[in-house]
Ligand binder design. Structure first.
Ligand SMILES: NC(=O)c1ccc[n+]([C@@H]2O[C@H](COP(=O)([O-])OP(=O)(O)OC[C@H]3O[C@@H](n4cnc5c(N)ncnc54)[C@H](O)[C@@H]3O)[C@@H](O)[C@H]2O)c1
Length: 386
């Protein structure tokens, strides 16, 4: 039995608790830590957990037998807390984004390597059957070369979303919708299409006046193999009709699941290729559904890696890759020039301080509250169920 501590008892903590409870024959929650002790205690009461609440996670690290730590605190605290937990020889499941700079991602990777412990960055959309199966179709090679990839990560948030104190500040949130919302879609894009070598972007804050950060960015990507891509990140899209699209030589495949296949008429105009569409669709529907989806799927995968040494598909390198694409978007949008990847250590966009000195600060935050009204939150992974 593996023992878990959850650090941060806010909005996403319940999702972690429910996932660990779904796997309770292999893992047990030993502690919840939050600087606001009442919040940790409330979660323990709500879920009737036989665990201890702490206001200081370091005290829990000293007092409890813990194998895994789930880190569910605001992004600017990810690096410090992850490094502390890794130095204490715990395996770490770190909420997205991995950190708010590449320098911090590298500090986490170094701590994991020197402690010989695993780090997994939450990318729960990879553990949705539809997503997982599209990755398999693309990897299979049957569709031919990947030509164009698109992530359309569009959300809608009211102005009061940014009243929460850590949101809407470059220093504490690390960025806007590109870092904190599109992170899920950008993770899927890098997983399926690989890393771009050049990014050209623009960004703006169109509708959130209690926030320094962007609420919209649009980026064009160039990949080493010549293929291209596009990412839209937004908090101003009514209806949140999110989509991922992959155009290959023989088919266009989308999430939520859709397949379109064209072949050429003698004059070059398209006609549908229903036979190939049918073949692909059959292949997709014949793939077995994942046993666990979303956070539970990722935690199951993480436990397997800890117990059996199976390779992690959501490791620290994957988490860092996503942050690197996002930093390239910020760099290009702030400088008005294409940004080359990889981003070097002497680049100002390698550190949070360098980023903060260069990015636009759209509005000064005038309202700040410590806790938001409890209520439903929406998760990216919910969009991709077919
Ligand atoms: N995977 C997803 O779909 C998803 C969804 C929502 C949030 N998140 C991520 O989860 C993280 C937390 O977001 P949230 O919405 O739950 O935020 P939240 O503000 O609701 O909760 C954060 C909690 O961390 C606590 N905290 C702050 N500093 C702490 C410290 N030093 N030690 C212990 N606790 C501390 C706060 O008191 C608060 O209870 C963020 O990184 C966010 O991006 C992920």
């Amino acid at each position: 039995m593996l023992h878990v501590m959850i650090i941060g008892a806010g909005a996403i903590a319940s999702t972690h608790i429910e996932s660990y409870l779904a796997l309770k024959d292999r893992v047990s929650i030993a502690a919840i830590a939050d600087v606001n002790l009442e919040k940790a205690q409330r979660l323990m009461d709500d879920y009737q957990l036989n665990a201890r609440a702490y206001s200081d996670y370091k005290e829990a690290l000293r007092q409890e037998t813990i194998d895994i730590v789930s880190i569910c605190v605001p992004p600017s605290l990810h690096c410090k807390i992850a490094v502390d937990c890794l130095h204490a020889e715990k395996h770490v499941l770190l909420e997205k984004p991995m950190a708010s700079s590449l320098a911090e991602c590298d500090a986490i990777l170094e701590a994991a390597q020197s402690a010989h412990r695993l780090i997994s960055v939450v990318a729960q959309s990879r553990f949705i059957s539809s997503t997982y199966h599209i990755k398999q179709l693309l990897d299979d090679g049957i569709c031919g070369k990947l030509l164009y990839s698109q992530a359309y990560s569009v959300w809608w948030r009211g102005g009061c979303y940014y009243d929460l104190s850590w949101r809407g500040r470059w220093e504490t949130e690390g960025g806007g919708c590109t870092l904190n919302h599109a992170v899920h879609h950008i993770d899927l894009l890098t997983w399926m299409a690989g890393m771009p070598t050049e990014v050209t972007a623009i960004m703006a804050n169109l509708a959130h006046t209690n926030s320094e950060v962007e609420d919209l960015s649009m980026a064009l990507l160039r990949f080493e193999n010549g293929s291209v891509g596009q990412i839209t990140s937004s908090l101003v899209h009514h209806g949140e009709q999110q989509q991922m699209t992959f155009q290959t030589e023989r088919a266009g495949i989308s999430l939520p699941f859709d397949i379109q296949c064209s072949k050429s008429l003698p004059n070059g105009f398209p006609e549908p290729d229903p036979l190939f569409a049918e073949e692909l669709s059959k292949k997709y529907h014949s793939l077995p559904p994942l046993k666990y989806e979303g956070h539970t799927g990722q935690i199951d995968h993480f436990i397997n890696a800890i117990e059996n040494g199976t390779p992690l598909i959501t490791d620290g390198i994957a988490g860092r890759n996503t942050v690197e694409v996002i930093m390239a978007i910020y760099k290009s949008a702030s400088t008005g020039m294409p940004a080359k990847l990889p981003i070097q250590k002497d680049d100002s966009f390698y550190t949070q301080e360098g980023l903060q000195a260069t990015v636009p600060h759209y509005y000064q935050k005038s309202k700040s509250i410590d806790t938001q009204q409890p209520g439903k939150i929406s998760l990216a992974s919910e969009r991709f169920h077919s």
